[in-house]
Design a binder for this molecule. Sequence first.
Ligand code: AP5
Length: 317
Amino acid sequence: MFSSRASSGCQMLRRSLISTRARSYGSSSGGASTKLHPNQMAVGVTTAAIAAGYAYYKQIELPTMDVVSCSAKDEIKSGSREFFGEYWPRNIIILFGPPGSGKGTHGPNMEEMLGIPQLSTGDMLRAAVTAKSPVGMKAKAVMAAGGLVSDEIVVGIIKERIAQPDCKLGFILDGFPRTLAQADALNKMLAEDGGCVSKVLELNVPDEVLEERICGRWIHKKSGRSYHVKFAPPKTMEKASDGNPIASSMKDDLTGEPLMQRPDDTAAALIKRLNGYHSETVPILGHYAPNGIVKKINANQGMKEVWSQILDSLGKN
Ligand code: AP5
């Protein structure tokens, strides 16, 4: 666990950085010629952030960090400037919530706003299934039935992915960690680089609302973008005389490519997914709560309202 001083300072610094990026990107959006991609903004902010991070680090009373679990204690004590220069700060956000709570809906907006990638283990596994890779072959049946793929497989996928250059400034985890073993593995991976989870956004929706959301969902497989026949229909959707959508009219708004329904988006598989969520995944919150980084979001309201609460919790408003 962080000492409270270290934790609150770390949060303050991160809050100000997120605000800076968001404000800068927002304010430039009016002028097309000067508009910067969030990644460009992030690079601009990083130099200042490194200096601020290192300065903050210098003020930490090291003895208060005896119980630090979120960053590599020994490496902090060694005080390597290059270490912080290279890795501080890295914005690592977990999008947490049951199936259908809105992780896939809001993740892409966060990705665009913050300029860091959304990493969905579900999307990665579905890509592996489509590619018929060894991982995909192992995962296929488990996923369709609504079970959890093994920790070993998922941890391996994430470890490889977060080592990619686009994750250098941070990333948004969607669907990971899902078990305490995965949360421990994540801590260890991040600690190797002196990092830690910055924020956990907990999307709360009662179970009884989720069946309608899950069974009416269509997705764009390549990007993971989510649509819904009632709550978020694609622009091209046409309905047959029985009121159901015509499958061939379901196309992605951005690419025009066909949408599909996931094999695990059935009422039967949802029961299993929710059981797994409550028994295996919810306990993870206890792992992060003591650091004061879990932000509760009421995701049982309109998408705009949910997004507004997400922005609040990211420190933009
Ligand atoms: P994954 O793909 O991660 O699925 P999930 O966690 O079950 O989450 P969903 O994608 O179903 O929900 P979502 O929160 O993204 O909802 P969305 O925004 O689309 O995992 C799939 C499987 O892969 C797992 O079951 C497991 O087998 C395996 N797996 C993945 N990660 C793993 C791991 N770490 N360990 C082990 N196994 C793993 O929204 C749903 C619908 O609701 C959409 O149609 C949307 O338009 C609509 N909607 C969203 N918000 C609202 C709103 N506010 N009001 C009305 N409608 C809304």
